[in-house]
Design a protein around this ligand. Structure first.
Ligand SMILES: Cc1cc2nc3c(=O)[nH]c(=O)nc-3n(C[C@H](O)[C@H](O)[C@H](O)COP(=O)(O)OP(=O)(O)OC[C@H]3O[C@@H](n4cnc5c(N)ncnc54)[C@H](O)[C@@H]3O)c2cc1C
Length: 425
């Protein structure tokens, strides 16, 4: 970063940061580093709740992808995030964590985790450093808009309405998933009233409901739900209907009461969601035998089985049993099961028809949000001078893999730098 981006601003300049997730905390850190006084407000009794939840399954901080590949994970928005991620990329995330005394490692999938996999020690050390740098933290303060006339920020706080005037404000209010952790997307209406362009908030990295597999039924059959909901299907590979088999991704997913979820589903969720929006449904193809070639599968299926049942034959020749066998019987008709060519093809590309994404409040993250066109080069809202935005509330999405936290912190940092530049203008 050029030195004029980091120099101190005039004394006693005050910034407000609203939202204490990774984006807001990073903005606060960069603001404090420029000698700006920072008050950080959060609606919840403590900050970083989603960050802590992310740590439950092993905090995936970032990814070790080479930079160009890393950028492709943001799809159509990679250009809008290029500058922020050039200044704070995966390597910078690792250095930042190590600066807080938390060593990281690269897992077999290329994902980066703290050595102890946890979020709490990292958040604790970060808050300690921020407080030591002078951060004033105001929890249980829900931002509800601006006061007419003065333009002061208005908060609902335990003792009633609180007004706060600042020279600049960073909004880092998160998306709309997991609202009980604090981010509920209610900011969208407040900003839309000020003329800010907002792309509709939608689920990202989400599960899906399947089309009914039996006439008159909803979603999976009762048998499949009762026996297998909550269980993983693995190993499998998956692809979109329009993709060639070579583009399949390996992994696992979970059967739910109404459909599917899990890491392999999330990798395709943006494309599936968008296809459903256009066509009303989308087909996800799963390869139940990723370690077997198509010719080998066909040879085994057509091999004479004598008096053995089809189930016994598939189990002994190809290891298809349990949840995989149940899925096969759920999706294929008796005629398809009896036709060796159709059965072999389905084992390598079982079509799962999806009809709707699960609601945004169940999703891992949110697509949509403040459009980049609504921001200037400093991440300031063109229609609301002095107000900057960062994190998941911006209109980008990415698959899981550490790309979410990296972009949240990178845009938080960019907003902090942007505030300093604007105040020094
Ligand atoms: C189960 C789960 C696991 C995840 N795991 C990972 C992972 O391993 N790796 C990864 O990269 N990403 C992961 N994510 C995603 C990641 O946690 C989020 O993308 C990230 O926390 C978003 O950061 P943010 O600062 O933009 O918003 P948030 O973390 O959502 O923070 C926003 C803050 O704003 C506050 N707020 C909202 N509205 C108001 C208001 N009106 N007034 C005052 N305060 C308000 C909220 O209370 C909250 O503290 C996971 C998400 C979930 C749900």
């Amino acid at each position: 970063m050029a030195s004029d981006d980091q120099g101190a601003v005039a004394p006693r300049v005050r910034a407000a940061v609203v939202g204490g997730g990774p984006a807001g905390l990073m903005a606060a850190e960069v603001l404090l580093g420029q000698g700006i006084e920072v008050d950080l407000f959060d609606a919840m009794p403590s900050v970083g709740r989603k960050f802590l939840l992310a740590g439950r399954g092993g905090l995936n901080l970032t990814h070790s992808d080479p930079h160009d590949l890393f950028m492709t994970r943001y799809g159509a928005r990679s250009g809008d995030l290029r500058e922020a991620l050039a200044q704070f990329d995966g390597a910078a995330v690792r250095r930042w964590a190590e600066g807080l005394g938390v060593e990281t490692f690269v897992g077999t999938s290329g994902r980066v985790f703290p050595k102890d996999m946890k979020a709490a020690p990292l958040l604790r050390a970060w808050l300690h450093r921020l407080r030591a740098a002078g951060l004033r933290l105001h929890t249980r303060h829900r931002w509800t808009g601006w006061e007419a006339g003065t333009g002061a920020l208005v908060f609902d706080a335990p003792d009633g309405r609180v007004l706060h005037a600042a020279d600049a404000t960073v909004l880092a209010l998160g998306g709309a998933s997991w609202p009980r952790l604090g981010s509920d997307g209610s900011w969208a209406a407040l900003l839309a009233q000020r003329g800010v362009g907002i792309a509709p908030l939608q689920p990202s990295n989400c599960g899906f409901d399947v089309a009914s597999t039996r006439p008159g039924a909803q979603g999976w059959s009762q048998f499949l739900r009762e026996r297998f909901a909550g269980q993983p299907v693995k190993p499998v590979a998956a692809r979109l209907h329009a993709q060639p088999a070579e583009d399949s991704c390996q992994g696992e997913f979970v059967l739910t009461d109404t459909g599917i979820e899990g890491s392999l589903v999330y990798a395709f969720s943006a494309a599936l969601r968008d296809e459903i929006a256009v066509r009303g449904e989308a087909t996800w193809l799963i390869d139940l035998l990723p370690q077997h070639g198509a010719a080998q599968v066909l040879a085994e299926v057509t091999r004479p089985r004598g008096p053995r049942s089809l189930s016994t034959h598939l189990k002994s020749r190809l290891g298809i049993a349990g949840i995989k066998a149940a899925l096969l019987h759920e999706v294929l008709s008796p005629a398809q099961l009896a036709d060796p060519a159709a059965l072999a093809a389905a084992l390598k590309a079982l079509p799962i028809k999806l009809v709707r994404p699960r609601p945004v409040d169940e999703a891992i993250s949110t697509a949509g949000g403040v459009r980049f066109e609504a921001l200037d080069a400093n991440a300031m809202l063109r229609d609301v001078p002095g107000v900057f935005c960062a994190g998941e509330m911006l209109d980008w999405e990415a698959p899981t893999g550490g790309y979410l936290l990296t972009a949240c912190m990178a845009t938080g940092r960019a907003a902090g730098v942007g505030v300093g530049r604007w105040l020094r203008r």
